[in-house]
Design a protein around this ligand. Structure first.
Ligand code: ATP
Ligand code: MG
Length: 244
């Protein structure tokens, strides 16, 4: 298997978020959020509705810029970088609304997602290996796809864009069990290739099954950080932190 990194950044974090605050107008959504994801690590970001999970991803991408604190990706400070530059450096985003170009075919959606970063771009063939249905959908326009099919396209677009870090926002929401399985298999495959994964999920069991570490958010703050195994095997702690 080819290594994803063209150079070795030792064991430095791929993503480091330090003490960030973010606002929507005057309303503060994040209060001193810090987290780290290493290459080949899956960090699950869990928590109830409105906790600030999506806002954390938006801050990393520069869509809701951090007003205080610092965000480093791949050894570079991206706190004030524009979103297109951040994406161009190799951060892939699977948003919660499965954004694809509706009037374009699947093939076209994939083709225009290709870009060069210092990380490895996945081939169409590798995407077909993960999502076997995709190969037969290539000439379809995306607006005619089911939610699950659209998610396959959204994730494949990210893979073909050569990511060093993938941000997933509730990727299993509303999907059939088979597609959820394929999505979680993708997360594990990214991990094996040394890609860093930040996985926001409401589906706690699926997230704990693939995550190395977990951060739990509530009311804009990280309220717990630790190994996934601690939550996987400790139902009382899981109930205390997640009510699940
Ligand atoms: N566009 C917006 N304008 C104003 N406030 C917002 C906006 N988006 C989110 N918020 C607020 O910011 C806070 C964090 O929201 P966020 O969407 O990050 O939560 P979340 O953890 O992703 O929740 P969910 O699980 O429901 O997706 C909430 O109080 C929310 O109401
Ligand atoms: Mg959200």
């Amino acid at each position: 298997m080819s290594a994803v990194l063209k150079e070795d950044p030792a064991s430095a974090a791929m993503l480091e978020v330090n003490d960030i605050s973010a606002f929507y107008g005057e309303s503060q959504a994040l209060f001193g959020v810090s987290l780290k994801v290493a290459p080949g690590e899956v960090l699950a970001l869990l928590g109830p509705n409105g906790a600030g999970k999506t806002t954390t991803l938006r801050a990393i991408l520069g869509l809701t810029p951090a007003r205080a604190g610092q965000i480093c990706f791949d050894g570079q400070d991206v706190t004030r970088a524009p979103t297109h530059r951040i994406a161009g450096m190799g951060i892939g985003w699977v948003p919660d609304d499965r954004r694809v170009f509706p009037t374009l075919t699947v093939a076209r959606n994939l083709a225009i997602a290709r870009k060069r970063t210092r990380f490895r771009a996945w081939s169409e063939k590798e995407c077909f290996e993960i999502f076997s249905a995709l190969e037969y959908l290539m000439q379809r326009e995306c607006e005619n796809l089911s939610g699950g099919e659209m998610q396959m396209v959204a994730i494949s677009r990210v893979l073909m864009g050569a990511p060093g870090l993938v941000l997933f926002d509730e990727p299993s929401q509303g999907l059939a069990p088979k597609v959820v399985q394929d999505v979680m298999a993708t997360v594990l495959r990214l991990k094996r290739e040394g890609v860093a994964v930040l996985l926001v999920e409401q589906n706690v069991d699926s997230a704990l099954a693939v995550a190395d570490r977990v951060c739990v958010m509530n009311l804009g703050r990280i309220v717990h950080e630790g190994p996934a195994a601690a939550l996987r095997y400790n139902a009382a702690l899981r109930r205390q932190l997640l009510g699940a």
